[in-house]
Design a protein around this ligand. Structure first.
Ligand code: NAD
Length: 252
């Protein structure tokens, strides 16, 4: 079966690199017009938008800033008109060692929550209103395996933010399904991106590989087709679900 996203518009956050770039690329290939959101990597975002074609455009915003989240949604909807799919992908994994000083730890906690949880919350709130006014839509949140099994001590805030995203997704699914709003959660395990490279430097590749049932680490391109599938409408009755993409971590 061919996934067809023709005549649909999508906003993918954090699309300049890593998993977000793979998602934007795959959705574009399936026919969607993609709003490629980026924070600071303008050149990478521009290159990706040119590669995607389909009238893709780039949009800058610091999602750590609540007002910038609102401005991003406004800019995208003004430019694209109707949005059919919101992919909340942007995220940060700050290392905040518990033995560090409390001021720095709290700063890391707040920064993590702002980008990983508050921004998807704001964008989802605005998307729900928009979807209800325009005949429905889908929200796909990229959380993490860490939401379910926890993470290393320096990443307490990261795991907590991703667990919050799971609850956000389920609440959106429960609250707005009858209004045509579907919400899904995709939970990657260790995936080879720049974010993961930091972790590999800290804990080693053997640690990451020893944790999975497959012989290679997950790549961004292993996550993207699942997001495209969820965006297509073929899985709407799975609303509220989490799809684990973690190379068999749980069965290993
Ligand atoms: N790589 C992994 O092992 C892994 C595992 C589970 C979940 N995830 C999740 O997948 C998503 C993508 O991660 P990735 O591995 O591609 O990481 P990445 O660091 O390569 O990409 C993160 C993206 O988020 C954007 N971003 C960061 N801070 C931002 C801010 N303040 N404002 C706007 N954008 C900001 C970056 O610009 C970048 O495009 C994240 O939500 C991450 O938590 C990653």
């Amino acid at each position: 079966m061919q996934i067809d996203l023709a005549n649909t518009n999508a906003l993918v956050t954090g699309a300049s690199r890593g998993i977000g770039a793979a998602i934007a690329r795959a959705m574009g290939r399936a026919g969607a017009r993609v709003a490629v959101h980026y924070h600071s990597q303008r050149d990478q975002a521009d290159t990706l938008a040119a590669e995607i074609g389909q009238r893709a455009q780039t949009f800058q915003a610091d999602l750590g800033d609540a007002d910038a989240c609102v401005s991003l949604w406004k800019a995208v909807t003004e430019r694209f008109g109707r949005i059919h799919t919101l992919v909340n992908n942007a995220g940060i994994a700050l290392s905040c060692p518990p033995e560090g000083d409390i001021t720095g730890w709290v700063r890391g906690w707040d920064a993590t929550m702002a980008v990983n949880l508050r921004a998807p919350g704001i964008l989802s709130k605005l998307a729900v209103q928009h979807f209800i006014e325009h005949g429905g839509g889908r929200i796909i949140n990229i959380s993490s395996r860490a939401a379910f099994r926890g993470d290393q001590p320096p990443y307490l805030a990261y795991a907590a933010s991703k667990a919050g995203l799971v609850a956000l997704t389920r609440s959106l699914a429960r609250g707005f399904g009858k209004s045509g709003v579907l919400a899904f959660n995709v939970a990657p395990g260790f995936t080879r991106t720049e974010m993961a490279e930091d972790f590999i430097r800290q804990y080693g590749e053997d640690y990451a590989c020893g944790d999975i049932a497959l012989s290679r680490l997950t790549e961004p391109a292993d996550i993207a087709p699942i997001v495209t599938f969820l965006a297509s409408g073929l899985a709407d009755h799975a609303t509220g679900c989490t799809i684990d993409v973690n190379a068999g971590s749980y069965v290993h």
